[in-house]
Design a protein around this ligand. Structure first.
Ligand code: ADP
Ligand code: MG
Length: 817
């Protein structure tokens, strides 16, 4: 008797693909195996072969009780056996067991050949991926097989419900299986195209494919075809126009008749081509992805196995599995994010002892008395939280959130003053040079009211009457002369400077401290990870205060900044007015300019923000110059205009800012750098070009630049041709003035990637997870904390894969491997 080994091979391959879950056969593999082996044994005559056969324990298999690793090994050994019996032993004439139906090179053999290549190999190892194609994928950021497996479709078309031809409904997306009766090349609108008449037992329907004459040859009479697409009407009859199609063969469908993935494409990648090779990649490689989640966790949360989740995310069997795949993959992202955040908090706090900074009540009192205003209750509360935290021996990690203009600077300055009073140095880091300069002048102004200016050199002021020694404040920016910079650096190292203000980049890279006690990181919407680790590497473990004007909903804040404590200034100083905001159509541009003219005539000033151009700062700067010239010459020839962009030497930036602040300029034309921080109370108009390209939070920041003085202020948003989403956004910003609400809307409309710019922030990329999915966020957070409590360094063997994955997705943090 000749036994066919093909069913067994197919089952085992399927089992591989499904991740060794004993799910390839209904009722479990064991029953099938025993059944099959019983028959097979009878057909084997060679004693040698019989010997090998019995070692496989097919007859008395106990697959169900094996661990996953054991299953994998065992399945491979059986597949090996099947291949050997076909290509090895049979040649020797020994194989009466005839697994002839092994159709090399599919299945087992193929998998054997790729065993030495890992999923981190370049994508050219995937069948059908030429180096030419690989280049196109590289452009999408897809380099390795792993990248390819994680290159998920942005959605699926549901072509899973098949209909008889007689029941097709016009205007609906439908799927049929039909026979080709005839197909021919025709001309449609002057283009060579294909027309076919197809049908099933219930009726016939016409199908046309524009611009695709070659199909006519492929669709010979009696070809069975799956067709999915929208049903149209032509001359009163149903017609499919350029539908998806696929030959109805034995193999799994990928283009039609199922949930069909739609991939983000780039030029030169065709949808059918991408689907085909994604299928290849998923079938061959998904099962090789190691599932790094501890099984106990997976069971508790009823999560899919990773290989299964990956393959279902591409080619789902049904909607339910598609959802479960998304949940599993999103959970992974959020869990890893949480673990990373928690690890950092631990490292931060355990690394080195902190430096307690005690509050000096009389100094505090004197300083607050000297201010030209009363702190708001919210500022008082937050200041107290902060000062209490500074007194503790463990280093503070605090995030201070507060609306634009809520008065964060003064709170931070008070803390810096306390650090200096405890003989610690403090730094104040700003994201841009302009802001650093502004902070320097603000802080100097505040100190000069409380104390007396005792000395003044370039970039260095000192004040007496506050501490037992003169309090010195330095500004470190890019275009200080090298000599002066070195001088300042030396004095910082010697401990002669108390407060250092500069940009993030500069302070991280170029400054050595004598005794750093407090670091304030301003306008940091993201982590401050790099800043902190840079400071740590310098041998200090300072208290850290990160300040942001981008309010983040609480659950999210805990997820993203789980390593930080949270303070919120949820109140603006009294007298702040609502900035009237209007979204203008392109036709209203002239009247907007007229409005600016009238405001200037009344003695007010205006900002004009140039369009956002993503390519580079250089291009951005050039565009700003062009716009500045156009406005100066053609639109406001009578007015005094200034220009501000990131590429200007900082002396010039400073000049522009100073002139604008002192009223010597009427209009400041700026690149979006002014988004953060600049404070000019007499400015009453903020005009933003291409407002549709900014997020709500960003627009809100721009708007926060005006309305700081007594006069009614205005924000004018120009958008050339806004998309649906952008229109919605512009409507919202017109009506809403609450930063928190705007942030939440932003998150909903734009998604987290754009909102946080996770790529640049050192956070792992979130592709599947939606930060608006609070339930899953909380779940991931709970599980991360549970893991962390059990095994905070992920040293236990059952967590080793997880530790590896964490190090892989988030190498920047690098504390755990
Ligand atoms: P932000 O939180 O956006 O950094 P700033 O610290 O720059 O805000 O403060 C914005 C403006 O409000 C500054 O001109 C500052 O002097 C002023 N300010 C801060 N606190 C108060 C207060 N309690 N009362 C009145 N004005 C205040
Ligand atoms: Mg600020």
């Amino acid at each position: 008797m000749l036994l066919n080994a093909d069913p067994l091979r197919k089952i085992l391959e399927l089992e591989c693909k499904k991740g060794y879950l004993d799910s390839a056969v209904i009722g479990g593999l064991d029953r099938f195996l025993r059944n099959w082996a019983d028959q097979a044994r009878k057909s084997i005559t060679s004693p040698q072969l019989l010997n090998r056969f019995s070692k496989l324990h097919l007859v008395d298999s106990n697959y169900a009780s094996l661990t996953k690793e054991q299953r994998k090994e065992w399945v491979n050994s059986v597949l090996d056996f099947l291949v050997d019996t076909e290509c090895g032993e049979r040649e020797k004439g020994e194989a009466n067991l005839v697994p002839v139906a092994i159709k090399a090179p599919s299945g087992a053999k193929k998998q054997r050949t790729v065993v030495n290549q890992s999923i981190d190999s370049p994508i050219t190892v995937v069948k059908g991926v030429s180096s030419n194609l690989a280049t196109k994928f590289n452009k999408l950021g897809v380099k390795t097989v792993r990248d390819l497996l994680y290159f998920f479709p942005h959605r699926h078309l549901d072509y899973s419900q098949r209909k008889p031809v007689s029941q097709l409904a016009e205007g609906k997306e439908e799927t049929i299986i039909a026979n080709v009766w005839q197909a021919q090349e025709i001309r449609l609108g002057g283009r060579r195209s294909t027309e076919a008449i197809v049908g099933d037992e219930t009726g016939n329907v016409r199908v046309v494919w524009f611009n695709n004459p070659y199909l006519a040859k492929k669709l010979t009479t009696n070809t069975r075809l799956v067709i999915s697409g929208r049903v149209g009407l032509f001359n009163g009859r149903h017609v499919f126009e350029s539908p998806e199609w696929e030959l109805a063969e034995d193999k799994e469908l990928i283009h039609a008749g199922r949930l069909v993935p739609l991939y983000p494409l780039t030029q030169g990648l065709r949808p059918r081509q991408v689907r085909k090779l994604m299928k290849e990649a998923v079938d061959q490689w998904a099962w090789q992805v190691e599932d790094f989640l501890p099984s106990e966790l997976k069971e508790r949360q009823k999560l899919l196995e990773l290989p299964q989740a990956i393959s279902q995310a591409h080619y789902p069997e049904d909607e339910a599995l598609n959802d479960r795949a998304r949940v599993r993959l999103a959970f992974d992202e959020l869990l890893l994010l949480q673990l990373g955040v928690l690890s950092k908090k631990r490292a931060w706090q355990e690394g080195q002892p902190g430096n307690p900074i005690s509050t000096k009540p009389s100094l505090l009192e004197a300083f607050l008395q000297s201010l030209p205003f009363e702190l708001t209750p919210a500022q008082h509360r937050v200041l107290n939280e902060l000062l209490a935290n500074l007194e503790e021996p463990r280093p503070m990690s605090r995030l201070l959130q507060g609306e634009v203009g809520s008065g964060k600077t003064i709170v931070a300055t008070t803390a810096l003053l306390m650090a200096a009073a405890n003989a610690y140095q403090g730094v104040f880091m700003a994201p841009t040079e302009i802001l650093a300069e502004q902070h320097f002048s603000t802080i100097c102004q505040l100190l000069s009211r409380a104390g007396h200016l005792a000395g003044q050199e370039d970039y260095l002021h000192s004040y007496s009457g506050l501490l037992s020694h003169p309090l010195t404040v330095a500004l470190l920016i890019g275009d200080i002369t090298q000599i002066r910079k070195r001088e300042l650096q030396q004095r910082i190292l010697d401990g002669n400077i108390d407060i250092i203000i500069g940009t993030h980049a500069l302070i991280q890279k170029e400054v050595e401290f004598h005794k750093l006690g407090l670091a304030v990181i301003d306008e940091q919407q993201r982590f401050g990870v790099e800043q902190r680790s840079a400071l740590r590497q310098k041998g200090f473990n300072p208290h850290v205060l990160v300040m942001t004007a981008t309010p983040i909903p609480r659950t999210l804040a805990l997820t993203l900044y789980g390593d930080l404590d949270l303070s919120v200034i949820d109140q603006l100083p009294p007298g702040r007015q609502v900035v009237k905001t209007k979204w203008l159509k392109p036709g209203q541009r002239a009247s907007a300019y007229a409005f600016i003219n009238r405001q200037v005539a009344e003695g007010r000033q205006a900002f004009i923000i140039c369009p956002l151009i993503e390519e580079s700062e250089a291009i951005q700067a050039r565009a700003a110059i062009v716009e500045y010239e156009r406005l100066s010459q053609e639109v406001f020839p009578e007015l005094r205009l200034g220009l501000l962009h990131g590429r200007m030497p900082s002396a010039e930036k400073d000049k522009a800012m100073r002139y604008f602040r002192s009223g010597e300029l009427d209009i400041l034309v700026a690149t979006p750098v002014v988004e953060v921080g600049i404070d000019v109370p007499n400015a009453t108009v903020m005009m933003v070009e291409s407002a549709d390209r900014f997020g709500l939070s960003q627009l809100h920041q721009f708007r926060g630049r005006v309305g700081r003085g007594q006069e009614q202020s205005y924000c004018m948003l120009l958008a050339q041709n806004p998309s649906e989403v952008a229109r919605e956004r512009l409507d919202i910003i017109e009506k809403t003035h609450d930063g928190f609400q705007l942030a939440e809307e932003d998150l909903k409309l734009r998604g987290p990637g754009e909102f946080f710019g996770t790529r640049q922030s050192g956070l792992p990329d979130l592709r599947m997870a939606k930060l608006s999915d609070v339930g899953l966020l909380e779940l991931a957070r709970t599980e991360a904390i549970r893991l962390f409590e059990k095994d905070s360094t992920l040293e236990k063997p059952e967590h080793s894969l997880l530790a590896k994955e964490l190090a892989r997705v988030w190498p920047e943090a690098g504390e755990w491997s």
